[in-house]
Design a protein around this ligand. Structure first.
Ligand code: HEC
Length: 116
C-alpha cells in the first residue's frame, strides 16, 4: 500500500514538472531576442504575457507548448482565440509576444544574444 502511494506521489511530481517545463519562464536570452524583435519590449512584458496566457488560455483546453506552433501559426491562433477568450487586444499582443519568443529555437536565441 505504501509503495502505491509513493508511486502515485512520484507520478504526480513528474506530471507537474512536465507541465511547468512546457510553458518556459522567460530567461535573459528570451529578453534579448524579444527586445530585438519588438524594440521596447521588456522582461516584465514577457512575464506578463506568460501570466495572461496561463490565466486566459487554459479554461477550455490544455495549454499548448509555445514550441508546438510556428510564429505565423501563433499569430493566427491567438487572433482567433482572442475572441473565444474575450480578452483585450493589448493583452493578446503580450500573449503573442511571449509565445513567439518562447517558440524560438535556442540557437536563434543565442545568435540574438551574441549580436547584442
Ligand atoms: C472559450 C474556450 C476557449 C478559450 C478561452 C481558448 N480556446 Fe483555444 N481552442 C478552443 C477550441 C474549441 C479549440 C478547437 C477548435 C478550433 O480550433 O477552433 C481551440 C483550439 C486552440 C488551438 C489549436 C488550433 C489548431 O488549429 O491547432 C490553439 C493553439 C489554441 N486554441 C490556443 C488558445 C490560446 C492562445 C488561447 C488564449 C488566448 C485560447 N486558445 C483560449 C477553445 C478555447
Amino acid at each position: 500500500m505504501k509503495s502505491i502511494v509513493a508511486v502515485g506521489f512520484i507520478l504526480s511530481l513528474s506530471i507537474l514538472a512536465a507541465c511547468a517545463g512546457s510553458i518556459p519562464v522567460p530567461a535573459e536570452h528570451h529578453d534579448r531576442w524579444a527586445a530585438l524583435a519588438w524594440p521596447g519590449t521588456t522582461h516584465a512584458d514577457l512575464i506578463e504575457g506568460r501570466r495572461l496566457y496561463i490565466e486566459n488560455c487554459s479554461g477550455c483546453h490544455g495549454l499548448k507548448s509555445p514550441m508546438d506552433y510556428t510564429e505565423n501559426q501563433w499569430k493566427e491562433n491567438v487572433s482567433e482565440m482572442r475572441q473565444r477568450a474575450k480578452i483585450k487586444e493589448a493583452d493578446s499582443q503580450l500573449i503573442l509576444k511571449y509565445l513567439i519568443t518562447a517558440a524560438q529555437k535556442s540557437d536563434r536565441l543565442d545568435t540574438a544574444a551574441m549580436t547584442n
